[in-house]
Design a protein around this ligand. Structure first.
Ligand code: ATP
Ligand code: MG
Length: 436
């Protein structure tokens, strides 16, 4: 008698031809992470259950209801890893890495397991690519991991991901903030679910992460931790933002972003898929990457006082976005130059050609005419930046770049680029492969 089997619910087979996209993602990651000095680690699929309870936190969704936990034949409680940060920190401590190098940069890539309610982009076995940097609390490291994720998306051509950024401060901001949160949510406890009530009792900050419908409005109106930051954390956060601006990486301040793990300090961030064209089947892709600083984690797990920062990226969601064909959208020019009729137009056109010869994807509208129509054309062909080549600009030696994808009131909507430094700017901002 033969019997037919199906895969375990929520766990997918990855087969050709789809596997090609996975391989492209992985190859791109390996090449890019090497440039940033991140080396691969591979830890076991299972760990001691207590490791996750301790690091992820008892009051998180993961520990409360999502872990695959079982006793092995020796009676030890074992858990299929639900995330990669705790195992990495465990290995970092166990092997005394802090004694051998001041700063360690690691990445991992592999399956994670969470017993979740299945839907598109949410599985019980899913893949994460994660970066972990240990040993430095400097703002440059926060920005390094953000820039790494940002560049990764850019190389792959992932469309419409928006960087959300917040700071949780260090321990000193917590008590006052937690009191404020308690005061805010206390009147609502009567109408909360048992689950939310428990979260309120044990760790009110976690409530901000709750997906309970009735809490959406109170969460939106809750006090923001940014208003409670200590001086040092505030300075740190400002430095992070200055550095991001220098790299032309746009972000949105998200004052309620607290992230799912307990040990986050200071910077937290998420890259969220926000399609410009409104809703799509992919809107459940949601957060593609989440991360931040967790300066207390290594010590909390019995290691030395070592600050750390990192992220975890959901590859299933990433592949979903890439496969939707949206990737084609970003194949547009890096820069679109708007021209005016008259002698300057020839200079502009010649410059476009020269930049193309140098390996950059630059475009202009051969029909010339009204600037407004040229901008529309630039948006239509998917250009990332638009600039005008006019008398004023050329005389000043400065071009004003407009980031076409950003809303008008975004602080990074416009960037000034020195004419003399135009190629250097493109070298930094053009998708690789486009530049020679
Ligand atoms: P969510 O709020 O969507 O549950 P999370 O806070 O639990 O996310 P993290 O633990 O930060 O997610 O994991 C980092 C990334 O891993 C997520 O942003 C997502 O892209 C991916 N991820 C998390 N859980 C799943 C899952 N069950 N299936 C697929 N991808 C997942
Ligand atoms: Mg989750």
């Amino acid at each position: 008698m033969s019997q037919k089997f199906a895969g375990v619910k929520g766990m997918n087979d990855l087969l050709p031809p789809q596997i090609a996209t996975w391989q492209r993602v992985e190859a791109t990651a390996r090449a890019l992470f090497a440039c940033y000095g991140y080396q691969e680690i591979r830890t076991p699929i299972v760990e001691d259950t207590a490791l996750f309870v301790r690091s992820v936190g008892e009051v998180t969704d993961i520990v409360k209801k999502e872990m695959y936990t079982f006793d092995d034949k020796g009676g030890r409680s074992i858990t299929l890893r639900p995330e990669g940060t705790a195992p990495a920190a465990r290995a970092y401590i166990e092997h005394g890495i802090a004694n051998t190098e001041p700063v360690s940069r690691w990445f991992y890539l592999g399956p994670m397991f969470r017993y979740e309610r299945m839907k598109t982009g949410r599985y019980r076995q899913f893949y994460q690519l994660g970066a972990e940097a240990y040993g430095s609390g400097d703002a440059s490291m926060d920005v390094e991991v953000i820039a790494l994720a940002w560049e990764f998306f850019r190389r792959l051509g992932v469309p419409d991901v928006v960087l959300h950024l917040n700071s949780l401060g260090d321990g000193s901001a917590r008590p006052a903030y937690v009191e404020a949160l308690k005061a805010h949510f206390a009147p609502l406890t009567a109408s909360m679910s048992e689950d939310a009530k428990q979260t309120f009792e044990r760790n009110p900050m976690r409530l901000l992460d709750s997906k309970e419908e009735g809490l959406a409005d109170p969460i939106a109106k809750a006090p923001a931790i940014l208003d409670f930051l200590d001086e040092a954390s505030r300075k740190h956060f400002e430095e992070v933002q200055r550095l991001l601006a220098k790299l032309s990486i746009p972000w949105t301040l998200d004052r309620r972003l607290v992230r799912g793990l307990d040990y986050y300090t200071r910077t937290t961030f998420e890259f969220i898929y926000q399609p410009k064209s409104g809703d799509s089947a992919l809107s459940t892709a949601g957060t593609v990457c989440g991360g931040g600083r967790y300066d207390g984690l290594v010590h909390e797990l019995g290691g030395p006082e070592k600050p750390a920062v990192g992220f975890a990226m959901g590859l299933d969601r990433l592949v979903m976005l890439l496969e939707a064909g949206n990737a084609a959208q970003v194949a547009g020019p890096t820069l679109f130059i708007g021209t005016f009729d008259g002698p300057l137009r020839e200079d502009a056109v010649a410059r476009v050609m020269r930049l193309r010869n140098a390996g950059y994807h630059v475009d202009f509208d051969p029909r010339g005419g009204k600037l407004k129509r040229q901008i529309e054309r630039a948006a239509k062909v998917g250009a990332r930046y638009f600039t005008t080549w006019g008398e004023k600009e050329v005389q000043a030696g400065k071009l004003e770049f407009k980031a076409l994808a950003l809303p008008d009131d975004h602080p990074q909507k416009t960037t000034t680029v020195e004419l003399a430094g135009l190629e250097a700017w493109l070298a930094l901002n053009a998708p690789p492969g486009k530049a020679s």
